[in-house]
Design a protein around this ligand. Sequence first.
Ligand SMILES: C[S@@+](CC[C@H](N)C(=O)[O-])C[C@H]1O[C@@H](n2cnc3c(N)ncnc32)[C@H](O)[C@@H]1O
Length: 269
Amino acid sequence: MHAAAKPTMRDLQEQAHNVGHDYANGSPHIRHHSVRQRVVDEVQRVLGSVQDRKGRCRILELGAGHGTFTDHLVAAGAEVEVTEMSAPSAELLRHRFRHNPLVTVTHDPEGKAAFSGPSLDAVVAISVLHHIPDYLGTVERLIQRIVPGGAFLSFQDPLWYPRRSKVSMSLDRNAYLLWRIGQGGYRSGMATRIRRMRGVYDESKAADMVEYHVVRQGVDEKALHAVLTENFHRTHMHRYWSTQSGLLQALGERMAPPTTFGLVAELRR
Ligand SMILES: C[S@@+](CC[C@H](N)C(=O)[O-])C[C@H]1O[C@@H](n2cnc3c(N)ncnc32)[C@H](O)[C@@H]1O
């Protein structure tokens, strides 16, 4: 008997981000005004300044999901190239933007299509880098496409776990658990939780592999920052609390240490 083939990252992304996938549920940066506005404000400020200087702004948006932030890029007057690993999401985006010639959508099953193509004024990656096993290599490749004066923005990636305090990790995990209890699907949720507590990850399960940061202990914000400072004159790191529950989001913003980061790099060398 043949063993079942190991699913590819694309299979897993499509399992997790299928046609009916609700990108807002479980996404603090879409659900909570304060987190979403932080992202939107920076996108508008940075892309607006590129537009003001150059009179145009060619953007790559990596992993756009169902286009929540693509709308804001379009509103900023940008020409947007989207790459999306999930075929159903790419199809939905194509349909949504079919009357807008400024938006092109490429289904990118291998996660490599974004590495080549025409020059760009900016790259935007929102809640995506933590899904990519080699996120540092990916960012290095994407930067090569950005012209001098251009920008890079990423938001909504989990801070590197080993640098976070026990208090930070436990507030974050418990806030997630409290929210998760209200979501149902206890049996599969508990099974995932138990595998994570034991440090065991199942490479055939989207719950373990799509949220790749859990396997790899978050995203190394300092390593990413170093790559960006090498390539851009100005960089800024946002660190903020982000959790699924609305109530705990409001409380955590006042009291809890940050869990999540965004990086904004301007003026490509
Ligand atoms: C959490 S969703 C975020 C979607 C959207 N950016 C948002 O914030 O609503 C991550 C998306 O990235 C896509 N993705 C993951 N790895 C990718 C890669 N290497 N290239 C392009 N898309 C990718 C997934 O299919 C999924 O749609």
